[in-house]
Design a protein around this ligand. Structure first.
Ligand SMILES: C[C@@](CO)(OP(=O)(O)O)[C@H](O)COP(=O)(O)OP(=O)(O)OC[C@H]1O[C@@H](n2ccc(N)nc2=O)[C@H](O)[C@@H]1O
Ligand SMILES: Nc1ncnc2c1ncn2[C@@H]1O[C@H](COP(=O)(O)OP(=O)(O)O)[C@@H](O)[C@H]1O
Length: 291
């Protein structure tokens, strides 16, 4: 583990991309059934953990606009602490530091990934020995995208994103990710009457063979014209797609140099970054690397 002499354990929380996102139906509780392909990228929030002498949880710095108890890091830690207390009777608290790199509400899953890294790391530090299945179940209660980050493998996902089949065979290209400066409200997209909800269900072989679309893209582009504009611009260079419910869009490239060359040609007002697609979560690479 990435330990340092001061007792802090440093573990990344990577972003994900939805390489496609199909909406195949709607459940009785209003939630939508999806089929999607998740891949991680090596762009990460940076978390650090240290056990305390008392039983408190702290988080520094706080995330702007997110109350301490609402932060997915604290919600994940509390959920695990509760189980740990039942198992062990008492548990030390933890200091947690967060360097927020990933844009919030961008469809990159940063909050979900922070939650998953917290579950994985505190499970190890508190020696709870919960399985990935148990941690993924706890994570699912925090958000539909948490389980894929807990399991740490690129995956074909069904249900609301919790039924996962690993896809280690995916290519690992370089991505140029453009970050339109708008915050997309996921609920607003899923409740829009123009959203299509009847994409045919495909099997994993088909999913891996053909390039799917993002069914949210048309609605997001209409409600948030900045996203449509960024898609049009990036499409001039390479096929561009929305991730999740946006606002971020991405294109894939065979090399880092190619992706940087395109990013250098974007007008200065566009925020973007280049990252590598990876089929194993960088958090798993740190926490579970052979010693
Ligand atoms: C669609 C994805 C794909 O990765 O989008 P991103 O969040 O990454 O953009 C996620 O699964 C998003 O999952 P999650 O993060 O749990 O969604 P939330 O923000 O909690 O959803 C807000 C609201 O959207 C609706 N919602 C969400 C997910 C879903 N499968 N069906 C829905 O109808 C619900 O009304 C929910 O209350
Ligand atoms: N640690 C966290 N990091 C980011 N967002 C968080 C966090 N904790 C709670 N949130 C809330 O979750 C929302 C969705 O965050 P995020 O996962 O970054 O976006 P998305 O679901 O679009 O990929 C944020 O707008 C914020 O209100």
């Amino acid at each position: 583990m990435a330990d340092d002499p001061s007792g802090w354990l440093h573990v990344p929380a990577p972003a994900k991309l939805n390489l496609f996102l199909h909406i195949t139906g709607q459940r009785d509780d209003g939630y939508h059934n999806l089929q999607t392909l998740f891949q991680f990228i090596d762009r990460c929030d940076e978390l650090s953990f240290r056990l305390r002498d008392d039983d408190q949880l702290t988080l520094e710095p706080q995330v702007d606009g997110v109350a301490f108890e609402d932060n997915l890091i604290i919600r994940a830690a509390r959920a695990l602490q509760q189980i740990g207390l039942q198992q062990h009777g008492n548990l030390p608290g933890a200091d947690i530091r967060l360097k927020k790199i990933l844009p919030m509400g961008g469809g990159l899953g940063g909050g979900s990934s922070d939650a998953a890294t917290t579950l994985l790391t505190l499970n190890a530090l508190w020696q709870l020995q919960l399985s990935f299945n148990e941690l993924a179940d706890i994570g699912l209660r925090l958000g539909a995208d948490v389980p894929v980050f807990v399991r740490g493998q690129a995956a074909f996902a069904e249900g609301v994103g919790e039924q996962l089949t690993p896809t280690p065979q995916l290519d690992e290209p370089w991505y140029l990710v453009v970050v339109p400066q708008v915050h997309v409200n996921t609920g607003k997209i899923f409740s829009n009457k123009c959203l299509t909800r009847d994409t045919e269900i495909i099997n994993i072989r088909t999913a891996l063979r053909r390039e799917g679309n993002n069914d949210c893209q048309a609605v997001v582009s209409t409600l948030y014209p900045e996203v449509g504009k960024a898609l049009n611009l990036l499409n001039n260079f390479s096929h561009a797609k929305l991730t999740g419910t946006g606002a971020c869009i991405f294109s894939s490239f065979g090399s880092e140099a190619e992706a940087i060359r395109v990013s250098d040609q974007l007008p200065a007002e566009y925020v973007s970054f280049v990252a590598k697609g990876v089929n194993t979560s960088p958090a798993h690479k740190i926490l579970f690397r052979p010693s």
